[in-house]
Design a protein around this ligand. Structure first.
Ligand SMILES: NC(=O)c1ccc[n+]([C@@H]2O[C@H](COP(=O)([O-])OP(=O)(O)OC[C@H]3O[C@@H](n4cnc5c(N)ncnc54)[C@H](O)[C@@H]3O)[C@@H](O)[C@H]2O)c1
Length: 333
């Protein structure tokens, strides 16, 4: 049986990223659905008629819509990707759940307010609709293996995490907080201070901050101007080693090191490079892996790895960081 898929929003993550010849891997919802044998991409929808037409022609998609309700009624998709700005997610997700979608794959951040996020999660739960958020590091093997190394004691007891990022705490911060939660668990408190403002997202500051996790691990957030150049780097420092992941585009790298007796001093141990279990290039499969995972969930073979509640928690932490930065206080969650 083939699942019927539709994409709402044919902008960058919906379809446009795959136009970039430099990218070299499938990075969009339309691209990932269109290449599968077990999925039929039945409809595209965007308020921009030109985009619908352009990508429907390119990917041979029969259903072409500028109105979401019409699309849902006529094309009857099983899976719908919501790839529009966050402020529109709640209405679109509720329409999809109301009109028969079995799975909704919603872009991050889940919403702009906790009220909307809670309503979306509840709406989907009540209608038994699978609701997944595209925090893509949860789907692919490279970032999942980082978590496995940490969980299996590969760097010992966690001491500190550090993340260098840019592009806004709501935008990039959604990925940042989600991946730290994935590896370190729930956040107990946050503190944020100065913010880097960037012309790329003028209404979305990148804050200097600290996340305190349940269990007392602490993560430091260091913002940079992404308009100068992109860095998205996670360092996890344990008592027996460290992992440093660079998570940007084609420049994905992992440096794994384990503590060994020093060859130069009897007083200390040093970190020596060790092989990381999975190639960084596996992260390029994130969109394909996400769609494979959706199909496994719909087939009843997996529980969702990136739930609406995970998206809601990432948003809760991001909003707490913004509140902390505004009030200059520690915010407890
Ligand atoms: N997971 C990732 O790495 C990643 C990367 C980029 C963007 N995103 C997220 O994806 C979402 C979209 O971002 P983008 O950069 O692709 O935006 P974009 O502006 O490039 O595209 C959004 C598209 O949605 C359409 N649209 C807006 N409102 C609509 C509506 N009500 N109905 C139908 N179409 C509508 C617009 O016309 C536009 O074509 C955001 O939530 C963003 O944070 C995620």
């Amino acid at each position: 049986m083939k699942y019927r898929a539709a994409v709402i929003g044919c902008g960058r993550i919906g379809a446009g990223y795959d136009d970039d010849p430099l990218r070299g891997y499938v990075a969009t919802h339309v691209g990932a659905y269109s290449e599968r044998d077990d999925i039929e991409l039945v409809a595209l929808c965007d308020t921009d008629r030109y985009r619908v037409h352009r990508y429907a022609e390119q990917y041979h998609v029969p259903g072409r819509f500028t109105d979401v309700v019409e699309m849902l009624a006529q094309s009857k998709p099983d899976i719908v990707s919501v790839c529009t700005p966050a402020s529109t997610h709640r209405q679109l997700v509720e329409q999809c759940a109301e009109m028969g979608a079995r799975a909704i794959f919603c872009e991050k951040p889940i919403a702009t307010t906790l009220e909307d996020a809670d309503a979306m999660v509840q709406y989907c739960q009540q209608r038994n609709v699978l609701f997944c958020i595209d925090h893509q590091r949860r789907f692919e093997r490279f970032h999942r293996s980082c978590r496995e190394v940490i969980f299996s004691g590969g760097i010992g007891r966690m001491q500190r995490a550090v993340c260098v990022y840019g592009g806004g705490i709501r935008n990039t911060g959604s990925h940042l907080v989600d991946f730290l939660r994935f590896c370190l668990g729930d956040v107990a408190w946050v503190w944020a201070r100065a913010a880097v403002m960037d012309p790329v997202g003028a209404d979305d500051p990148s804050v200097d901050g600290i996340l305190g996790f349940q269990g007392n691990v602490v993560a430091h957030l260091i913002p940079i101007e992404i308009s100068a150049h992109a860095i998205f780097e996670f360092s996890f420092i344990g008592t027996e080693g460290s992992i440093v992941l660079n998570s940007v585009g084609n420049n994905v790298t992992a440096r794994y090191a384990v503590a060994e007796a020093s060859r130069f001093s009897g007083e200390i141990r040093e970190l020596q490079p060790a092989p990381f279990p999975v190639s960084p290039l596996a992260s390029h499969e994130c969109m394909r892996d996400a769609v494979t995972h959706l199909v496994h969930c719909l087939d009843g073979n997996s529980q969702p790895w990136s739930t609406g509640n995970d998206g809601r928690e990432a948003l809760r932490v991001v909003l707490a960081l913004l509140e902390s930065q505004r009030t200059q206080t520690i915010v407890t969650l």
